[in-house]
Design a protein around this ligand. Sequence first.
Ligand SMILES: [Mn+2]
Length: 308
Amino acid sequence: MTHARPDGDGLGSIMALHRSATAASKDAQMLIPDGLPPQYTFLFPVDRPAGPGRFAALADRADAIVIVDTCAKAQLDGVAAEVTDRREKVVVIDHHQTADDMGDVQWIDTTAAASAVMVGELLAALTWPVDRQAAEALFIAAATDTGWLRFANTDARCLRAVADWVAAGARPDAIYRRIYQNERPARLKLLALVLGGLQLLADDRLAVMTVRGEDFATTGARPEETENLVNEAFRIDGVEMAAMLVENSEGVRVSLRSREIVDVSAIAQRLGGGGHVRAAGVRLAEPMDVAVDRIIRAGCEALGVAGS
Ligand SMILES: [Mn+2]
């Protein structure tokens, strides 16, 4: 099993573990504490992970409960207590800092780029078969946790693991297409509209982008298709902070990102939102033009430039 609101690393890792274990004649079942995100259903063409309602029945007849990509009770949602009640059976494989006391065996390596790298090493040590589908799942897991092998966590160990999976039949071109080149035309039309309206301020260090209500009708895009659009601004050399403002029926949803200087969580908190130092957000119950003005002032102030 992996964590609730599962990502590519958690899901790819359990898929590969399940497939290799089954090929090694083990009786294995997958489980996730909540629903399977639609964009990852393709990882499970045959067996789908069970839901939390099946946990007790599966756990009681299992010899081991392997939890991958988390060691935080809070990420196990409703099954956290049921997991720790069976701690003698629990094996954790994880690469995050947060390590609760969840089970008797906890293999935590914060230097691993992805949990999948650890899973790949474990499967090699066990000499369990890793076929093309398992290798693809591990590749997807490592690729999504490293931003397609470009984030700072990408290291030689990760690249060696990826090389093994390519040797086992994983095709980077097909996987890239599946994960990153599967958008609807409407989303690209929205991207064009957003980039067309991009404003650069504070000596071109602050980028502000907007999506107004009518832009959804014009392009046919859906509100969820604004996800990650804010990051497009960092294609521009010198942009330190980016803001994306999306209009909705309650007002404006603001996404803030910074490259390496500005603490955008401080800005978000001051306006009633929150988040991380490099990625934060806030909802403003005011008209778009007022919200844009507020964000420009906050951004210019954070960058030490007089607001326009
Ligand atoms: Mn991970």
